[in-house]
Design a protein around this ligand. Sequence first.
Ligand SMILES: Cc1cc2nc3c(=O)[nH]c(=O)nc-3n(C[C@H](O)[C@H](O)[C@H](O)COP(=O)(O)OP(=O)(O)OC[C@H]3O[C@@H](n4cnc5c(N)ncnc54)[C@H](O)[C@@H]3O)c2cc1C
Length: 291
Amino acid sequence: MKIVGGKWSNWSGSVHFRPRSVVAPKDEVDLAATVRMAEGRVRFPGSGHSFSPLNQTDGTLIDLAAFGGLKGFDPDSEVASIGAAQPLWGLGSLLHPLGYALDNMGDTDRQTLGGAVATGTHGTGLRYGSLSAAVASFRLLTTTGQVLHCAPDENAEIFAAGRLALGLFGVMTEIDMKVRPVYKLQRRYFQSPAKDILRKLDGLVEANRLRVFLVSAQRNGGLQIAQRNRSACTDTPQRRHALCARRNPAAAGISVRRWYRIVAADAGCGGTGAETVRGADGAQTEGALEP
Ligand SMILES: Cc1cc2nc3c(=O)[nH]c(=O)nc-3n(C[C@H](O)[C@H](O)[C@H](O)COP(=O)(O)OP(=O)(O)OC[C@H]3O[C@@H](n4cnc5c(N)ncnc54)[C@H](O)[C@@H]3O)c2cc1C
């Protein structure tokens, strides 16, 4: 969490305030004690990407930085246990070596998992839910310092409401996310007159995972369309490891020298007939362009 001169600001700078105290608990026990003894209104920001003053307080600000990382993975249920303060940008690198990825993401990856879940952050595509929809269960530290495990069959009402609670029920410390086997995203850009796009809109929405419509600078009033669709990932475990290492060599446990070799090799194969794309799994991959 970034505090400059005692002042916290959100991503856009539209919300800023000076908390009375900033505390960084190291584990759940420490966090419970912090919440119980905190002075004033307690807030626990993620990455501060929300535009509304959700994190604002003149009381205690809790830095959840210690609550990240991949805590476990169950291949039978395809559920990964993740520390709630884990930034999304680093999550792909943790899941990718296991052959798994998040089902969907928004258009940036700077948020923490807890912040994104607490606000119902979503991507696009009719068949893909928000991050809250992929929550299988979570651990919640309530305002009284009690720890609850919340799942469809345990504390069910808190589970249902707590998946999108703007932090009102307490601090999620660990979130179990339904994940899915890795996939690639293929990106295609094209331009089309606005009237054609409007005519085909329902079909485009149905057939594509993600569309971004950009108002084109062209005089013909055309729209520039960016589509990203999934395709199967046929990467070997070694290839996945290399891709993960390219993004996060420290997590993959490789030397800087080897990392340079991987990056150089990868840059070479991104050249002809293929496009380098970044998957929701966090890794850059090459996908053949649609004609
Ligand atoms: C450039 C940009 C792009 C964006 N793109 C999208 C997008 O594509 N789709 C979309 O839906 N949204 C998008 N957003 C909105 C963003 O995803 C949400 O505001 C999200 O909440 C930010 O997460 P954060 O980690 O920054 O949380 P914060 O903004 O820091 O906090 C948000 C709320 O989450 C709560 N919270 C944080 N951690 C926990 C926790 N561990 N337990 C319980 N509550 C917690 C906080 O208390 C607070 O109430 C975007 C925002 C920006 C600035």
